[in-house]
Design a protein around this ligand. Structure first.
Ligand code: ZN
Ligand code: ZN
Length: 234
């Protein structure tokens, strides 16, 4: 049997294979959002950040991803889209005066230094009594099932918040591009927030619904009357 020595194998490989080189990383040329678009995006982000639960940083990640995704759909390169999205998000954070927490403070169940953790008697999730043993002072859950489930719950809540923030940004971006339309009831020109926004205000919408309802009731009444008359003439 033919045996190839390790040296020969190496030589053979180096002769037959193309040398491996890493792809060159060329930074994408900077592409900027048009000024009025950027202003509108930063305004919308800042408004969301002011209302954000717990911290304005809750909007940072989903905001950046949502803007980047939309820019990519409009043909921007990923790097350019990401840089522009990040720039807008950071500007919004600066506008609301957000101060970035350090790593430790950013953890989900952070407590200040020097706080003595309370000794629990019951599981934080299912409220079953915890076993009393040497580990009792740090135990929070009755077992791995509850600990894992609590983590899943927390992540699910966070994902829901992130999805909601992204949706809101998509909708704002959509609304920003719409042409003003006339209210179907009073004719006032307004900018729609959704595709099926036909009225300038809630008042106009309510009034038109009342009108439509009474009209349908009237026509139903007429139909009933016709039926009754038809029955009578039989
Ligand atoms: Zn439990
Ligand atoms: Zn109206």
């Amino acid at each position: 049997m033919l045996m190839i020595s390790p040296d020969a194998l190496l030589r053979l490989r180096s002769e037959t294979r193309a040398p491996v080189t890493l792809a060159l990383i060329r930074p994408a040329p900077v592409k900027k959002l048009p000024r009025h678009r950027r202003e509108a995006i930063v305004d919308a982000l800042a408004a969301m950040m002011r209302e954000a639960e717990l911290t304005p940083f809750a909007i940072e990640g989903p905001g950046r991803a949502a803007i980047r995704a939309r820019l990519c759909m409009f043909g921007w390169r990923w790097g350019q889209a990401d840089a522009a999205a990040d720039e807008a998000v950071q500007a919004a954070l600066a506008r609301v005066g957000a101060k970035r927490p350090d790593w430790k403070q950013g953890q989900p169940e952070w407590t200040q230094d020097g706080v003595t953790p309370q000794t629990r008697e019951r599981c934080a999730r299912c409220a079953k009594p915890l076993p009393i043993d040497d580990d009792a002072h740090w135990r929070k859950f009755c077992g791995p099932v509850c600990a894992q489930a609590a983590k899943v719950d927390r992540n699910r809540r966070r994902d829901k918040d992130e999805r909601y923030a992204k949706e809101k940004i998509y909708r704002l971006a959509w609304a920003e591009k719409q042409q003003p339309r006339a209210c179907k009831l009073c004719g006032t020109i307004f900018k729609p927030k959704r595709n099926n926004d036909y009225y300038c205000s809630r008042d106009c919408g309510d009034q038109s619904r009342v009108k439509a309802f009474s009209a349908s009731r009237r026509s139903r009444g007429r139909e009933m009357q016709m039926v009754c008359e038809a029955v009578r003439t039989e």
